[in-house]
Design a protein around this ligand. Structure first.
Ligand SMILES: *[C@@H]1O[C@H](CO)[C@@H](O)[C@H](O)[C@H]1NC(C)=O
Ligand SMILES: *[C@@H]1O[C@H](CO)[C@@H](O)[C@H](O)[C@H]1NC(C)=O
Ligand SMILES: *[C@@H]1O[C@H](CO)[C@@H](O)[C@H](O)[C@H]1NC(C)=O
Ligand SMILES: [Zn+2]
Length: 512
């Protein structure tokens, strides 16, 4: 035990010595903190709620972006810019209104992306694995789906004459985007080949086909080509790869069908960055961009010549949708934060969250706070912790200077469960010589699981623009859809637009 204390103290002393030269001296002045707080206070005092009707809504969804991910991504973003990181202000951090969402589903304490998407998009909590149906429907039971469908805010916005779009980094048939347009007793019914016999007999349809048959969506961007084409169809990008080939058993070619459906309009289908860049938003009515057979690449592994970033796809979507004089609804999903966390890859997950933050910045740049409600939230969390006592500016992907009682260091990021449980003979691995900052590094997990589970704490809701103040407080996740719909005056509750003429009249009377 004495040796342990000695090593720990030595390690701390070394770290302190190295800190003497660090450039944080400005923070030693109380005036620094006082004047910063005064500026923040003044901004809060000057803020008056924006009670406009939202012409546009942009909803950013970080799949699996729990609060620890949110904080850690902020630190990483700063450190990628050679800052210490903790004090960095991300684009998400600039939102004036903050709330919390309770994410549990009707049947589970800790939910999945399908049940949660049904909550924040359709305004109704439901059961795990189900999409666009109420909790009266049962997971995987087609017959229980009938009559229990619930529609999403994407549909309500379209019905109100707005343009609508979905942008994701996963396949466009994946749980989050799918819930905006499909009804399915199972999130796994991507193509007709995934429908069990009972679902086929009972006339349930696959998610990819519902992309064409339900709401008329103006902009569709993500991955997921293979669920759109007949079985065996070679993929244009990976013609030799068998697993990338078309999946459909019904022989339908949904991409070609989509193109015929849009005949007479300017509708572009693209699958690579060259063609995507050539799409002129000023003259485009419809865009379907499917960059991969399945999910898109992680941002760190993306070939920038073949696939655009989420900031680039967000920009294209906003530019096309903005042509509609009635405004638009856009769902942007950073969908692979979750997948990286399932794999226990902290670095990859944080980089995905940073990429999403860049897309948020792009949207703020392209829209006007007076007329656009922007919301950033997550569907659920993951069992990630930020722990130890790392010094200021220590890499968020690095190790704590504190050694544990087994006389070994540990990483700041760790998981409650997942593939990172590498215990050997009752001991955890010695990481003194391991580079824990690589994108492939799998952080230690307390409990072994092939795939990490989700986490159950509340997720953050950030809001800015018309009626953003409605999202303050602690809410059921299903409230988010209702608050956004009220702000934009879409869906069944139209009180907000009824109130508008009165506001305009009062303004006219008060005029010169
Ligand atoms: C951060 O510092 C490294 C090494 O000094 C340098 O190569 C890199 O360009 C810097 N990055 C930024 C964003 O300033
Ligand atoms: C399925 O659709 C077919 C053709 O429209 C119809 O004849 C049949 O009754 C339907 N089955 C069910 C269970 O709804
Ligand atoms: C992009 O797609 C178009 C249309 O299929 C194709 O002609 C072109 O060669 C592709 N570009 C690249 C770089 O693969
Ligand atoms: Zn997940």
């Amino acid at each position: 035990m004495e040796t342990y204390r000695l090593i720990t103290s030595l390690s701390l002393i070394l770290q302190l010595l190295s800190r003497v030269s660090s450039p944080a001296t400005v923070e030693e002045s109380p005036e620094f903190w006082r004047s910063q707080a005064q500026r923040t206070l003044q901004a809060a005092l000057d803020r008056t709620p924006n009670t406009n009707v939202a012409k546009n809504i942009v909803l950013f969804l970080g799949d699996g972006m729990g609060i620890t991910t949110y904080t850690a991504a902020r630190i990483l973003k700063g450190q990628l810019q050679n800052q210490s990181g903790e004090e960095t202000v991300t684009n998400m951090d600039t939102f004036p209104y903050v709330g919390l969402a309770k994410t549990y589903s009707v049947d589970f304490q800790i939910p999945d992306s399908a049940a949660t998407a049904t909550a924040y998009l359709c305004g109704v909590k439901t059961n795990l694995n189900t999409i666009g149906v109420s909790a009266a429907a049962r997971n995987g039971v087609c017959r229980s789906q009938k009559g229990n469908e619930v529609t999403s805010i994407l549909r309500w916005a379209k019905d109100a004459g707005k343009a609508v779009g979905i942008v994701t980094t996963t396949r466009v048939q994946h749980a989050t985007p799918a819930t905006s347009y499909a009804h399915s007793a199972s999130r796994k019914w991507y193509s007709d080949a995934d429908l069990p016999a009972s679902a086929r007999t009972n006339n349930c349809t696959d998610i990819a086909s519902q992309l064409l048959s339900n709401t008329d969506i103006d902009v569709i961007i993500g991955g997921g080509r293979k669920y759109m084409t007949p079985r065996g169809t070679r993929d244009p990008e990976y013609p030799r790869d068998y697993s990338s080939r078309g999946r459909r058993k019904d022989g339908r070619h949904l991409i070609q069908e989509w193109q015929s459906l849009k005949a007479g309009k300017v509708a572009h289908y693209v699958w690579n960055k060259t063609d995507f860049d050539a799409v002129d938003p000023e003259t485009t009515d419809y865009l379907m961009a499917l960059f991969e057979p399945g999910d898109m690449h992680f941002d760190l592994e993306r070939d920038p010549l073949m696939d655009p970033s989420i900031a680039e796809t967000t920009e294209k979507a906003i530019r096309i949708l903005s042509r509609n004089p009635n405004g638009f609804f856009l769902l942007v999903e950073g969908g692979r934060i979750d997948q990286a966390h399932h794999a226990g890859r902290g670095s990859m997950a944080l980089h995905e969250a940073v990429a999403l933050d860049r897309a948020v910045g792009k949207a703020l740049e392209l829209t006007n706070e007076e007329e656009t409600l922007t919301v950033v939230t997550a569907d659920h969390s993951h069992p990630l912790v930020i722990n130890g006592y790392p010094f200021r500016g220590n890499s968020i992907l690095g190790k704590s200077p504190l050694w544990a009682s087994d006389m070994m260091p540990f990483t700041t990021l760790m998981y409650g469960n997942g593939p990172g449980n590498k215990m050997e003979g009752g001991k955890r691995p010695d990481i003194r010589k391991v580079d824990t900052k690589t994108s492939g590094y799998v952080q230690l997990a307390a409990v072994p699981l092939k795939s990490a589970t989700h986490g159950g704490e509340d997720v953050v809701i950030l809001a800015r623009g018309p009626m953003a103040h409605l999202l303050q407080g602690v809410h059921e996740q299903s409230y988010i859809a209702h608050a956004m719909a009220y702000a934009a005056c879409v869906g069944t509750d139209r009180r907000h637009c009824a109130a508008r003429p009165a506001v305009a009249a009062a303004r006219n009377q008060a005029g010169p």
